[in-house]
Design a protein around this ligand. Structure first.
Ligand code: ADP
Ligand code: MG
Length: 348
């Protein structure tokens, strides 16, 4: 089994920069009426009539933000788009366009970059955003991918991190900790594979959490859901670094405190069982795990009835006076100060 799998391998040099750009982007279509000109000129041209425009960028670097030994390139492309759309949705805006910039070393054949773009294409189709530009360059070593997302929103609907009031309810979409536990499973399988390359991992029992790590979905649906429920969030943020750190952002910007209730934190059963297996505290995972890309927001107390019992939303706490600080109220009813141990790319 010494021979590598024979796969198509076309060197990027053969195509050249312009050939590559054309090859990667020619199948993308333009669907948003706000896109006047997409790929193919010196700049894209957009028009948002009387809406406000939101813009957000993320940079992902191989070895820092992703590991290609377990992250398939197609998933990477998809996830890179999700990370950005999530930031647009966290402003309560509609995502409309993205640009994609890549730097690739000649270690990658054309087929690898095609895979990356297949993931990007899937994301743009599913989330109805136009790819309107980008940049393509070479790198000496790894792969870099930077995506910018653009969105539109009525001025009155823009939701900042600032805006939460004392007594507002703290609400989160979906469930937490899955992406982190998925990563633990993948890291473990990577170690097993190093020792025994013929091992066939059975990831089936972990499919939900592995998918949360490899193929997260941005919560496009939440803005629409809140509109149907007749609820205007007072502040909002997306959960990229972990619940704890995001709560502290809302508190700081809104100048309020917070009581978070441990028993209200939504956890999928797969997360709970994986935490037991890995001997990790599930609350710590939800607080500090990160990469869940759920939305965390506050609503006025009077909206309690509208939110209560909704399967997509969990009320996990309430905002307090800033002097009270931000705390976790444990199942044993002890009060622990929340600290921002959130995932941080500057800590080793
Ligand atoms: P320029 O020299 O003005 O930077 P480029 O030749 O880099 O132009 O790009 C030509 C067109 O292709 C532009 O519309 C640019 O936005 C788009 N483009 C370049 N690279 C990418 C990419 N990786 N993904 C999507 N669009 C790209
Ligand atoms: Mg360029």
């Amino acid at each position: 089994m010494l021979e590598d799998k024979k796969q198509e391998s076309t060197s990027l040099e053969k195509l050249g920069e312009f050939g590559l750009i054309d090859h990667l982007t020619n199948s993308f279509t333009i669907d948003q009426k706000s896109t006047i000109k997409g790929i193919g000129d010196d700049a894209a041209v957009l028009s948002f009539d009387n809406k406000k425009t939101v813009v957000t960028t993320d940079l992902l670097i191989e070895g820092v933000h992703f590991d290609l030994s377990y992250m398939p390139l197609k998933h990477l492309g998809y996830k890179a788009v999700m990370v950005n759309l999530s930031d647009v949705y966290a402003m309560n805006a509609k995502a409309t366009q993205i640009t994609v910039s890549i730097a690739v070393s000649n270690r990658f054949p054309l087929e690898a970059i095609e895979e990356l773009y297949a993931g990007i294409a899937l994301a743009t189709e599913k989330y109805k955003v136009d790819l309107v530009g980008g940049d393509t360059t070479s790198s000496t070593k790894g792969l870099l991918i930077s995506i910018t997302a653009i969105g539109e929103v009525d001025e009155s609907s823009i939701t900042y991190r600032k805006g939460a009031k004392v007594n507002d309810l703290l609400v989160v979409s979906g469930d937490l900790g899955g992406a982190y536990m998925g990563l633990q499973v993948l890291e473990r399988e990577k170690e097993v594979f190093k020792v025994n390359p013929n091992s066939q991992p059975d990831l089936e029992p972990y499919s939900y959490i592995v998918e949360r790590q490899l193929k997260p979905e941005a919560r496009k649906d939440i803005a629409a859901l809140l509109q149907v429920l007749g609820v205007s969030p007072t502040s909002m943020i997306d959960i990229s670094d972990g619940l704890s750190s995001e709560i502290l952002h809302l508190c700081k910007q809104s100048e309020v405190g917070c009581n978070l209730f441990e028993d209200k934190i939504p956890l999928d059963p797969t997360v709970i069982s994986a935490c037991e297996e890995f001997k990790i505290d599930s609350t710590m995972v939800a607080l500090n795990g990160g990469e869940d890309y759920e939305l965390l927001f506050t609503v006025d107390q009077k909206d309690f009835e509208k939110i209560k019992g909704n399967p997509n939303l969990s009320i996990i706490g309430h905002m307090t006076d800033v002097l009270e600080g931000a705390h976790l109220i444990t199942r044993e009813n002890t009060k622990i100060e929340l600290t921002a141990q959130g995932w941080n790319s500057f800590t080793s």
